[in-house]
Design a protein around this ligand. Structure first.
Ligand SMILES: *[C@@H]1O[C@H](CO)[C@@H](O)[C@H](O)[C@H]1NC(C)=O
Ligand SMILES: *[C@@H]1O[C@H](CO)[C@@H](O)[C@H](O)[C@H]1NC(C)=O
Ligand SMILES: *[C@@H]1O[C@H](CO)[C@@H](O)[C@H](O)[C@H]1NC(C)=O
Length: 424
């Protein structure tokens, strides 16, 4: 904890609170994009990520301030190598230098476990990066091996769902024919290096494109009849699982039956332009809230019921400098002032007091002075059914209401205990 305004009292409480969520959370990840000129310091993102119950963070670069701020937090990191560096990485010396200075230097204090080489390279309008992708994957992996980090760090690359020719019904999932050669090489790379295939999947786009045809409940994980895939007879009650299974089918069709598929991005915007149907805070809250419940229940997809869901929500913050339609700047769970964009059940008064450097009451943005933290113990988290702390405390197959009481008992008990210890 780097803030000198941080009172030891609340620091200890926060640490205890954090360790509760850290030990119980399984695999929820979040994308930490930084295309904004008003974003908080990385130090101030730490308590937000802890409050979410996220244990994994994905970056689009290897931001030194972020990686340093998260040292000794137990949070796992995915770091990204930008598309613009792919060509240079064909040279083994460049690859080794990149891995040394962007990965090795932070280990072991910051737990970097994955490097993404490029982002959505195969579906970019600028196709000039494509020929460099597979060589860069091998080159970065060779660098990782030469630094003896192969048991710590996997190497992979995220794809947009647009790599699929067909995605619905899921059993019809196949890759675009023109990409099959390249994707086969990528799948060979994954098979040979035990790394996962990454997909960015947004049911929101499907809804936005056909709001009249696509059921909102189906895309938002709300109760609905679902659909049966006539090719597999599997029943789907949400679109994300249908999209993930379409990828599993496409991968299997190329002969890779047990390839792990991870979701490197999914999310829902809270705001959009007039022609962006469905981009509202209510829908974003339902999508992300229900998604996180689903992840924490560890229910696999219909096709791969035993393969854990490995999902990174997009994104931590609204990013005001992202180009494109309004929705692009409104995927965040948090505003740059660190308040939630919509109430998803996180009680930040319990985390924010002290954890963000003194600005306990976020309605008074005078956090810089750091004098507003009174050192009073954080209050117990909000007992709402979609509380992150409640959800993240889940073990398998427990209903969310019993999860809530479990975690409140737990968190409350530890806080009481801590308060006693500290006042003794
Ligand atoms: C880093 O994360 C991996 C994957 O969860 C875990 O196995 C490992 O123990 C972590 N290492 C440290 C130093 O925390
Ligand atoms: C990947 O592994 C397969 C099976 O061991 C092998 O045939 C293939 O040559 C390998 N490819 C590369 C590029 O290492
Ligand atoms: C935070 O500030 C608002 C507005 O000044 C005030 O109404 C509220 O009571 C404060 N909350 C706390 C916990 O101090």
């Amino acid at each position: 904890m780097k803030h000198d305004t941080f009172l030891p009292h609340s620091a200890a409480l926060l640490l205890l609170l954090f360790s509760v969520s850290a030990t119980l959370v399984d695999s929820m990840g979040i994308n930490y994009g930084q295309i904004g000129n008003n974003l908080p310091k990385p130090e101030d993102a730490v308590p937000l990520i802890k409050a979410l119950g996220a244990t994994k963070v994905k970056l689009y670069d290897a931001s030194a301030p972020v990686l340093r701020a998260f040292a000794h937090t137990g949070v796992e990191f995915v770091v990204g190598l930008g598309n613009e560096y792919l060509a240079k990485m064909r040279d083994p010396d460049n690859a080794r230098t990149w891995v040394k200075s962007n990965v090795q230097t932070y280990l072991p204090a910051t737990n970097i476990t994955c490097i993404t080489v490029g982002n959505e390279v195969l579906t970019m309008t600028d196709e000039s990066y494509i020929p460099h992708l597979v060589p860069a994957l091998y080159s970065i992996h060779a660098a990782v091996v030469s630094l003896n980090l192969q048991n710590q760090v996997t190497v992979t690359t995220p794809h947009s769902l647009a790599v699929l020719q067909s995605s619905y019904p899921p059993s019809s999932g196949v890759f675009r024919r023109d990409l099959t050669g390249c994707i086969t090489q990528i799948l060979n790379f994954h098979a040979n290096t035990s790394s996962p295939f990454l997909i960015n999947a947004y049911p929101y786009f499907a809804y936005k494109d056909s709001p009249k045809q696509v059921s909102l409940d189906f895309v938002l994980f709300q109760p609905n009849q679902g659909v049966v895939d006539p090719g597999s007879n599997l029943h789907y009650d949400n679109m994300l699982f249908a999209q993930i299974d379409a990828v599993h089918y496409a991968v299997a069709a190329l002969g890779f039956k047990n390839m792990p598929v991870h979701i490197s991005e999914t999310g829902w915007p809270s705001k959009g332009d007039a022609d962006e149907a469905g981009a509202t805070p209510e829908n974003a809250k339902k999508y992300n809230g229900n998604l996180i419940k689903t992840v924490c229940n560890r229910k696999g997809t219909p096709m791969k019921p035993d393969m854990g869901l490995n999902i990174y929500v997009f994104a931590l913050f609204n990013e005001n400098m992202k180009p494109g339609p309004t929705s692009e700047r409104n995927y965040g769970l948090f505003k740059p002032d660190r308040t939630p964009v919509y109430n998803i059940g996180i009680d930040l008064s319990s985390i924010g007091s002290g954890g963000s450097g003194g600005g306990g009451n976020k309605t008074s943005p005078a956090a810089g002075g750091g004098s507003s933290s009174s050192g009073s113990p954080p209050s117990a988290p909000d007992n709402g059914p979609s509380g992150y702390l409640a959800i993240s405390s889940g073990t398998t197959k427990v209903s969310s209401s019993s999860l809530s009481s479990l975690s409140f008992t737990l968190v409350g008990g530890i806080l009481l205990l801590a308060a006693r210890l500290l006042s003794a």
